[in-house]
Design a binder for this molecule. Sequence first.
Ligand SMILES: [Zn+2]
Length: 295
Amino acid sequence: MKKIVAYATVAVLAATPLSAQRNFDDVEITAEEVAPGIAVLFGAGGNIGVSHGEDGTVLIDDQFAPLTAKIEAAVAELGAQPVGFVINTHWHGDHTGGNENLGEKGALIFAHHNVRTRLAEGREGERPVPPAPDAALPVVTYGQGVTMHLNGYRTDVMFLGGGHTDGDSIVYWHGANVVHMGDLYFKIPGFPFIDTSSGGNVIDAMNSLDAVIRMIDGETKVIPGHGPMSNKAELVAYRAMIGQAVDRVRDLRIGGNTLDQALAAKPLADFDRGEGFIDADGFVTAIYRSLDARD
Ligand SMILES: [Zn+2]
């Protein structure tokens, strides 16, 4: 019974990736081991990858600040050492909210250059984000990626061109055959999230997904940014769905339709994505703006 409640909580919270205004008291952090020394933590916000072993504990993303103590408890329950390293897959608050807490305790935070810049600057407008405090900022930043040699795995942290934002990293554990996708891949109802106001572009997202698909095989364990564990076949289907959507919106745009006209045409009406964080209009808008940005 307890387990069912926990998963129901996860499903509801995972559907609202960016929402920070909520009560975290009821959030349970659940862990799933995916390979020796590699686990995923589900809670509220982006899925957390954990690498642990004799060399220390690495977290891929850290959800929201009020959850840090629960995340640390879940890490300890895995038998892991306290968090020594954090990798941010991108700058969104549901993936970086724990940075300040963990950074203050001495965890070394890694991310793409643009993640640090966006966290430091914050953003104004529709969904304002205040500038992050110094302790929350990545200390080691990179352009193309960085390779870590920890806990018996070569771990490649790779920027493949972004797409969800302009600073998306994926993390691939060689040997374990596990990949963390960040928000380049949502396995939740609704459409993909292309944050064009954070430099995201659907063309880059497709290229990044293609690069991962070439890299992995049928046995790869795929950790999505949100939602339950996945695999290559599902990732391939997700990429194909995006391609289809882009083709339809591109045709409308080339045919002279404005964004409003493209929305009115409901080009994704027959896509069976369910209701989620991003609806069809949101995705059509993001595709249209992405194509505008490449003219
Ligand atoms: Zn995100």
